[in-house]
Design a protein around this ligand. Structure first.
Ligand SMILES: O=C(O)C(=O)CO
Length: 425
């Protein structure tokens, strides 16, 4: 079981069903179940393409992102990896045994000195490999913050811009467009001077599996420009909050004083799993239990995502609306909580008059926003509207559900395929 407080939360049959369906989604997101589908000791098979890795003199791995440790363990169990690097978030403990892999625990969602150290090591490692050698990159969301190589700006400025963008509610594509244009490693720059061959196996946590956005396209390329980065800054009217030095870098790029990010991919980048795989596994589980299932994905502003979910809730019994994706939230107060807990609270607030339902949502990575929980599960019991509004006003949904003992606990799950949730009747 990945959900650690399953028993405590499963207080009714319906809640138990709901938790079992979530659990199926989490299992589908587990790299231990994903990597063996595509990798064998001598081959990587993907999209009708076969890469013969057996012919290289040495095989190495470089993993960065929330799933880095688990992806490496799964790969290392199949392929004879000579050595590698793993960069995962602080607090998520590596389960790798032995000394073959260098492990870095850097900060997420804002980078820290370890992110810079790890980026330098990864760059050196990649550039040192010979043409008869091969690197398997294992990429997952979170990678953008875990590897940082600020370009002509200080780490403090990079952290400042990251915090600002996180609070502004920009989309991940917009966020990473700016990050790629302030970095010496993102947007394909990591592999620009690589002499050996390689492939990138990717867990997608971005809408439409946009390769140039997942972990900032570090092993891919960039399809955005300096002009796009500045347009995003103006769209959200945050120019005045950005340090002059940072704006200068972007303006220099716009005026062609510095080179654009790479526009052509050098190696194959394959998405080996995405959020839809979780939803499919959840649908199967729910149907096996006996529910009529519908599925949908939600992206964009959480306030617009909620009405879409409400519209799709069935009035019939034994129905299950499964949703995935990743809405964005604007952080308002100094509360505790993440977008999943907030989503559950918003649905709860809007279904006070509806027949009995179970509402749940969680991050497949196990950590929702600044809370220590993955998400929340609740029944639509009557709650004072003003109380819910107050918690929402302070972005404090985590504390709201803590009081109800309704938070879902998994700890770091060592994967990241966005969010999963459902409304079950
Ligand atoms: O860029 C990142 O690190 C993300 O989480 C999105 O992939």
């Amino acid at each position: 079981m990945i959900i650690q407080n399953f028993k405590e939360l499963a207080t009714t049959d319906k809640k138990k069903d709901c938790l079992e369906i979530l659990e199926a989604g989490l299992q589908a997101a587990d790299p231990q179940n994903i990597i063996p589908k595509y990798v064998s000791p001598n081959e990587i098979k993907m999209n009708n393409k076969i890469i013969n890795i057996g012919k290289y003199s040495n095989i190495y791995s470089v993993a960065f992102g929330k799933a880095g440790d688990s992806m490496t363990r799964a790969l290392n169990a199949i392929v004879p990896i000579k050595s590698g690097i793993v960069v995962i978030p602080k607090g998520s403990k590596s389960k790798i045994k032995g000394k073959k892999f260098q492990i870095f625990n850097s900060r997420h969602p804002e980078p820290d000195k370890i992110s810079v150290k790890a980026a330098k090591e990864v760059m050196k490692f990649v550039q040192n490999k010979r043409s008869d050698e091969f690197i398997i990159f294992l990429v997952s969301g979170g990678g953008s913050s875990l590897l940082a190589m600020p370009d002509e700006i200080t780490l403090d400025d990079k952290v400042h811009v990251t915090k600002l963008l996180l609070k502004t509610g920009v989309t991940i594509q917009e966020f990473n467009c700016i990050r790629k244009h302030l970095s010496k490693i993102k947007g394909g720059k990591l592999i620009e001077n690589m002499k050996c061959q390689g492939v990138s196996l990717i867990l997608s946590d971005v809408e439409g599996d946009d390769l140039s956005s997942i972990a900032s396209g570090t092993t891919y390329m960039d399809d955005t420009t300096y002009a796009d980065a500045l347009d995003i800054i103006d769209k959200y009217k945050i120019r005045w909050k950005i340090p002059t030095e940072v704006l200068q870098i972007l303006e220099n790029g716009l005026n062609k004083k510095t080179k654009e990010t790479p526009k052509k991919a050098q190696i194959d980048n394959f998405v080996i799993a995405n959020n839809k795989n979780c939803l499919e596994a959840m649908q199967k589980k729910a149907e096996d239990i006996g529910y009529n299932v519908s599925t949908m994905q939600i992206f964009g502003d959480i306030k617009e995502a909620v009405p879409k979910i409400l519209e799709n809730i069935s009035e019939n019994h034994n129905t299950c609306l499964i949703f995935g994706g990743e809405p964005t939230v604007k952080v308002l107060g100094k509360g505790v909580g993440g977008r999943n807990q907030e989503l559950v609270l918003r649905i709860l607030k809007n279904t006070q008059k509806s027949k009995k339902i179970i509402i749940a949502s969680m991050g497949t990575d196990g950590i929702d926003g600044n809370s220590r929980f993955a998400g929340a599960i609740t029944e639509n019991t009557k709650i004072d509207l003003s109380v819910m509004k107050e918690f929402l006003r302070n972005s404090d949904s985590g504390r709201f559900f803590e009081k109800q003992k309704a938070n879902i606990l998994t700890d770091f799950t060592h994967t990241n395929l966005m969010d999963i949730g459902m409304v079950l009747r």
